[in-house]
Design a protein around this ligand. Sequence first.
Ligand code: 2IT
Length: 449
Amino acid sequence: MNAYVESVIENVRKKNASEPEFIQTVEEVLSSLSPVVDKHPEYEKADLLNRMVNPERMFTFRVCWTDDNGVVHTNTGYRCQFNGAIGPYKGGLRFAPNVYPGMMKFLGFEQTFKNALTGLPMGGAKGGADFDPTGKSDAEIMRFCQSFMTALYRYIGPDVDVPAGDMGVGGREIGFLYGQYRRLKGVFENGVLTGKGQSYGGSLIRPEATGFGAIYYLNEVLKHEGESIEGKTIAISGFGNVAWGICKKAAQLGAKVVTLSGPDGYIYDKDGVCTEEKIKYMLEMRSSNRNRVQDYADKFGVEFFPGEKPWGQKVDIIMPAAMQNDVKMESAEKIVANKIKYYIEVANMPTTNDALNYLRSQKNMIVAPSKAVNAGGVGVSGLEMCQNSERLSWTAEEVDVQLHKMMETIHRVSAEAAAEYGLGYDLVAGANIAGFQKVATAMIEQGIF
Ligand code: 2IT
């Protein structure tokens, strides 16, 4: 490995010892960049990598709220404005009990490269709170969101930083957050958030975008291999918004998603999550705030495997779409033993680095990285920002065509970047290199800071 790259990774390990996920993502991204740094000595001269692994700005705030019984709760909120070199900071908000600074940093770092890959002018950011939405009423969610925005609104704006949803933050939360922003600022600046409802400037296809984009990307990979998506079986994890979009688009194209998972286990539906009724039911499961996938098995009479992950199932394609570190070494070994050819990451950093390296080292396996595969979500957020600044809205077809083109381009530029450095069809390295180069050029041109 390039000595400068190695020294930066070592610095990050030392300085961030209590943030294992951040170290993990830095190791993953930077290890792809050795050949690029070899070829561009100006990057080391400008200490570009040490600058890139430090967020430009990150802050913490108190979020107090009162539950339906009048009990007061205190949570911690975060916003990590990681890199603004190519555009306003952009990235989701995650509400989950395990949120901590290291998670905000890993997600913000990933977001920086992902947003660069979309081709749109968006910097990287992430935020959220250690708030657990499970079992909360609508009124409790609203009060939490109002309190959260009261702390955050001074530091965001349509040309400053544009949050959106992530785990635990969907259309309902974005509505409450936007209402409070408007109330506090006294302006209709709806470009400050994306993932809004259509009635106040949300984009058509934004709810579907991450899942649709993932399937469009998968399609490009299959085309590259001379195969078709029709008739393929897919195992996914998760049952939230992203999983829903995947099931919907896969069904439209004649593929079958046969597993869904939650914290309680996974379901196996041999007929596929294909009918309109099943796909609609996924939305109900999510909005119930019960966080249980067994409800699907009970309703449709399919198999349920309590406490297990779906990675032992024999399918054509694996798409982890739930959360970070969902696929560890032992699952990777099952996937290889089942001779599965396509491993398409969807959730942010769903694979541990040892498992990812093991999968990438398999001769007959194609591995695609989440920062490319799930970029359609934030990509359509970028299109929502365009529509808001133009004060008009595009049709679903117009947005979908743009999304489709974006995913084709992301796949192509990733493959080209890998080929340029003699790495063959390495989509993981290619995405890291292509995303990096855009941000690196902007940082160099803007001077040292
Ligand atoms: O991980 C992600 O890309 C998101 N949660 C979406 C971010 C966005 O700004 O739409």
